[in-house]
Design a protein around this ligand. Structure first.
Ligand code: NAI
Length: 334
């Protein structure tokens, strides 16, 4: 198939070129994000490949349909940036990569937690400046602490196993509890309220939906144990960022390790170091000594990139051959 891969970075090109040795797709790597304005670049292609911060709203989808695109392949798990109802109306199938490496994301959540708790970001900067003082670097043992894992799907379950390995007690919250995880003694399911009140650390692994948007808001922060740490490798808008700033200022939240940010679209995945950050909430978050932000890199391992490319290209080959699509994004209700 002729595939236009939007938002292409060198690591996408490398992984797709390797995976495409098993297929014979013709791939063009385009730098711009995919949205209604850039959609015309896909003229002459059968398929587009899109990433998390593209905007596939009705207007973008209509343009893609108009110029002959027949299928949309998301090279990610989340699909909150796609108007699936509009895609269904237009007869445009949307495939995704539901599980490429839960380990990549779960391990990044653990990395954020360890760095935040043990102040690795601060000590690294300090030692490079020749400052070998330990003042302000006191952390706590994770052993014996309680971690709330919100969302126990592929990634949350993997994170729970990792945290269990540190000797933590895991309290889990999920709309569809996985009884095998509780039967195996990895975690115990509790209500959201119980998880928030008891946890020393809260790690978010939920998809973004109207139900989960701002699941950590001012009210949730007020219910948390004072000083609890928050880790978010899910989606930025799971957290009300303004409320997080207030909770950090008041010490209610003891620190935050964020791989995602609710207004990251247009910022993340780009070098903005020559520009003034216009987003005051992000700018404020960056000033806290107890906040670590990575720019949506939790997925970025060799293994995950390889699996993303292979699954995406397989879906396109299946579509071309008229085989059933294994990884279609769920059809919207109604
Ligand atoms: P998954 O679909 O396997 O698990 C999601 C879990 O959330 C399920 O167990 C589901 O029952 C639960 N859930 C859904 N809606 C809920 C609600 N309203 N209330 C309570 N529980 C609810 O998804 P997976 O693979 O574990 O990924 C989770 C999220 O992580 C993705 O949706 C994506 O947004 C994010 N992600 C972030 C990446 C990064 O690089 N930072 C990379 C990959 C995924």
């Amino acid at each position: 198939m002729r595939l236009a891969l939007f938002g292409a970075r060198h690591y996408d090109r490398e992984s797709f070129e390797i995976a495409n040795q098993g297929f014979a797709h013709s791939i063009s790597y385009l730098e711009p994000r995919l949205d209604a304005d850039t959609a015309p670049l896909a003229a002459g292609y059968d398929a587009v490949c899109s990433f998390v911060n593209d905007r596939l709203d009705q207007r973008a989808l209509e343009k893609l349909k108009e110029i002959g695109v027949r299928i949309i392949a998301l090279r990610c798990a989340g699909f909150n940036h796609v108007d699936l109802a509009a895609a269904a109306r237009l007869g445009l199938p949307v495939v995704r990569v539901p599980a490429y490496s839960p380990h990549a994301v779960a391990e990044h959540a653990a990395a954020l937690l360890l760095s935040l708790n043990r102040r690795i970001h601060r000590s690294h900067a300090r030692v490079r400046e020749g400052n070998f003082s330990l003042d302000g670097l006191v952390g706590f043992d994770l052993y014996g602490k309680t971690i709330a894992v919100l969302g126990t799907g592929n990634i949350g379950a993997t994170a729970a196993r990792i945290f269990r390995g540190f000797g933590c007690q895991i309290l889990a919250y999920d709309a569809y509890p996985d009884q095998a995880l509780s039967a195996a003694g990895i975690l115990s399911y509790v209500s959201l309220d119980e998880a928030l009140r008891a946890a020393d650390v809260i790690s978010l692994h939920l998809p973004l939906s109207p139900e989960t948007r701002h699941i950590l808001d001012a009210d949730a922060f007020a219910r948390m144990k004072p000083g609890a740490l928050v880790i978010n490798t899910g989606r930025g808008a799971l957290i009300d960022s303004r409320a997080l700033v207030v909770a950090l200022k008041g010490g209610r939240v003891g620190g935050a390790g964020l791989d995602v940010y609710e207004e990251e679209e247009g910022l993340f995945f780009r070098d903005m170091s020559n520009q003034v950050i216009q987003d005051d909430v992000l700018a404020r978050l960056l000033t806290f000594p107890n906040v670590i932000i990575t720019a949506h890199q939790a997925f970025l391992t060799r293994e995950a990139l390889g699996a993303i490319a292979a699954t995406s290209l397989q879906s396109l080959a299946d579509f071309e051959a008229g085989r059933p699509l294994q990884h279609q994004a769920p059809a919207p209700a109604g």
